[in-house]
Design a protein around this ligand. Sequence first.
Ligand code: A3P
Length: 321
Amino acid sequence: EEADYQKTIKRFEELVASLPKGKGWMTEHLVYYKGCWLTAYGALKGLMFIQDHFKAQPTDIFLATFPKCGTTWLKALIFATMNRSRYDFPSHPLLSASPHDCVPFLDAYIFQNNPVSSIHSLPSPRLFATHIPYDLLPNSMISSGSRFVYICRNPKDVLVSKWVFMNKARPKELPPLSLEDAFELFCKGVSHYGPFWDHVLGYWKASLESPEKILFLKYEEMMREPFVLLKRLTEFLGQPFSLEEESDGVVHEIIRLCSFENLSSLEVNKTKVKRFSNQLVIDNCDFFRKGRVGDWENHLTKEMIERLDQITEEKLEMVLD
Ligand code: A3P
């Protein structure tokens, strides 16, 4: 196994040296790989390890997102739903662990669990999150029959959320990233796993082709009608709520447990950190900012709004009604 690992590292090092580079949002620049901007040592290397070493199983469930579209929330919702017969609400793991500890990112999991074979013996269904765009997913993840839940969000809120998040996560010796610079990078697509619009479109098209394998959700709809959408999610995952569960209030309990107000007020999410790798350590509280629809109104200028809306209309007319 060690030899296979070294082969992947060599393949990565050769590839990364040949790729175009773009300005990063933190210290590390981004590299352009097959139409997508990735951090080299986090995302691209992770992707190559997934390509070379991960075998998907038909029972796997992947939460796919563009960063800042509601990953943390959906991790909590899927985890709570799929394990609802295992845990009682008063002693639920989500009360003392971050959603990011309950549902790992696939690439981070592979890095932190060398040898990767341990991943193949996890109990099913395995729950993983990923930011990899649909077109870059290894064939095995698509053809295995695994299910994907995708959540997208209004790009104006994504930009603001990302800009604030990056400024908190940036090393303190760097000057803050201005909203103008963040806006330019985002519009050009130079943002982690960007361009945003291509990311959404990839999963959107795939969800139309294979609705039984890919569920496409929107943050705004989830906020508006959590009850309806959580029921849709469980049906899609093959674990619909029984009438008894509904009358016992289980659906409402899960929604309440995973709500912004509840999760953001927990000690673990106020004071602890999440170590994604040696380089990337994030305060859990940075994953919870406002949790609202439309906060962009408080930040973006008229010109910014017009330009973002125009790109979105051109590229995503059919997706964002
Ligand atoms: P804001 O910055 O607009 O508040 P991700 O989890 O993909 O990184 O996305 C983070 C965004 O989701 C942040 O948006 C965060 O506040 C919001 N969020 C986190 N937990 C949430 C929850 N339980 N319900 C709704 N939104 C949530």
